[in-house]
Ligand binder design. Structure first.
Ligand code: NAG
Ligand code: NAG
Ligand code: NAG
Length: 407
């Protein structure tokens, strides 16, 4: 009898597993077509929809009907209370689209770092090792910009990335939230995706690349996007991730990196962070959209080094107002080895310690290196024990406010 119950439960589960995929895929496709997006331009669409469906089915979670205004739930899974704001999802289907980080689908020349294998269970294991209870997932470079110059595929890829991220966040609500990918430089489509990701899928912010098809974030055509975001109501969080410095020369995309001896993520990503935040400053994008807060990767990369250089020589009129913004609406993640020495350069600008956040860059930085980085934070003499605890487990609460509901 017991055996019989077990069999019928298994059969039922199999039937459900068979029935549910179609409906999730249908729902995703019908919302995409409602928003003018043709997902079928990606020839891997069926695999991607199957992967997203599998994510929901792992724990029998429903596809979101409407997440509007629902604050995401954040728990502490009892493994420490550390919050990771710089963490990447890298599902197998995405590694097929973009095998190299910083490269793109048509560029298998090894110019980027080969994207590491990743899955939810290895990510959860990693979190357990470090004592991280919650991670905000985003896709790393090239994110939705894997098909340079191809609007339809960029827009479709952004949508599917966001559906996949929402599936992780829905399925593991105590462990994950997400930053949505945006199909810039296509501003109108990015505004549509922004509203969908934030209002319907429940993204806690957006992840922008340092440049989108060679355009830095202060680019004129992006202003309506900043306007739309700032006008969504309440605080908006923009996480910026460095990417390859793309130049379009004579209709050909080339990475503007004359130094090819090490991969672009090592040095160019720091330069990229500097370029785009200088651009956001000089165009006064950061001045004009006052609801918008920025998370800077790697405690700003090479950006802090450039501040005096640029704003004490040219555009001196922006110096004080910019520093004021860097000290209030800018937040600085610790990802990769930043607390051995680099942190001193940032803090020299009187950046409040309450704006320091913890980030890992997993899976691009291994658990062993992350542990060493963690130790360097703990050994850093410039922060008190309380300030270190806040960096790891509290400052993000001030950043996200009512976007996250703390258990
Ligand atoms: C997840 O990734 C880890 C590390 O790459 C691997 O050992 C493991 O087999 C993977 N698990 C699944 C379910 O794919
Ligand atoms: C651009 O392409 C045209 C036509 O192929 C060629 O004549 C020209 O030299 C190219 N310019 C550069 C800068 O490569
Ligand atoms: C911000 O406002 C200033 C005027 O105060 C204007 O000159 C500048 O172009 C604006 N920049 C953006 C990106 O809106």
């Amino acid at each position: 009898m017991k055996f019989g119950v077990l069999v019928s439960a298994t059969v039922l589960a199999a039937r459900l597993a068979h029935a549910v995929p179609t409906s999730i895929a249908d729902a995703i496709m019908s919302r995409a077509s409602r928003d003018g997006i043709d997902l079928s331009v990606l020839d891997t669409m069926p695999d991607i929809l199957a992967a997203i469906t599998d994510t929901y089915n792992e724990r029998g979670v429903q596809y979101p009907q409407d997440d509007r205004k629902k604050a995401a739930r954040v728990g502490s899974r009892g493994v420490g209370n550390i919050f990771d704001i710089h963490a990447h999802a890298e599902p197998d289907w995405y590694r097929k689209v973009a095998p190299f980080t910083g490269g793109n689908a048509d560029r298998n020349d090894g110019g980027g770092t080969p994207s590491p294998a990743w899955n939810v269970s290895s990510h959860l294991d990693f979190m357990q090792t470090i004592g991280i209870s919650h991670s905000i997932l985003g896709f790393t470079s090239p994110s939705a910009n894997a098909f340079l110059g191809d609007k339809e595929r960029t827009v479709a890829l952004a949508r599917l990335i966001n559906e996949q991220l929402a599936a992780y966040a829905r399925t593991y609500p105590d462990s994950f939230n997400f930053f949505a990918a945006m199909p810039l430089p296509y501003t109108d489509e990015a505004i549509t995706e922004l509203k969908y990701a934030v209002q319907e899928l429940g993204a806690v912010g957006v992840a922008l690349m340092s440049n989108h098809e060679g355009h830095y974030l202060g680019y004129d055509s992006f202003t309506p996007f900043w306007q739309a975001m700032d006008g969504l109501g309440g605080r908006q969080v923009v996480y910026v991730h460095p990417t390859t410095p793309w130049l379009n020369v004579n209709e050909t995309w080339i990475p503007a990196n004359p130094y090819s001896d090490i991969d672009e993520s090592r040095m160019e990503f720091y330069m990229e962070t500097a370029r785009t935040f200088i651009d956001l400053t000089l165009t006064q994008t950061i001045h004009n959209f006052t609801n918008t807060h920025f998370v800077l990767p790697h405690i700003g990369g090479a950006f802090p080094t450039m501040i005096d250089r640029v704003l004490k020589t040219v555009h001196t009129e922006l110096y004080e107002s910019s520093l004021e913004i860097y000290r209030t609406r800018f937040w600085w993640d610790s990802a990769s080895p930043t607390y051995f020495h680099q942190i001193n350069g940032l803090l020299a600008y009187d950046i409040p310690k309450a704006n320091l956040l913890y980030g890992t860059d997993y899976p691009f930085i291994s658990a062993a290196v992350t542990a060493a980085d963690f130790d360097s934070i703990m050994a850093y003499p410039g922060l008190s024990d309380e300030e270190k605890e806040d960096l790891l487990s509290n400052n993000y609460k001030t950043l996200f406010g009512d976007k996250l509901h703390f258990q």
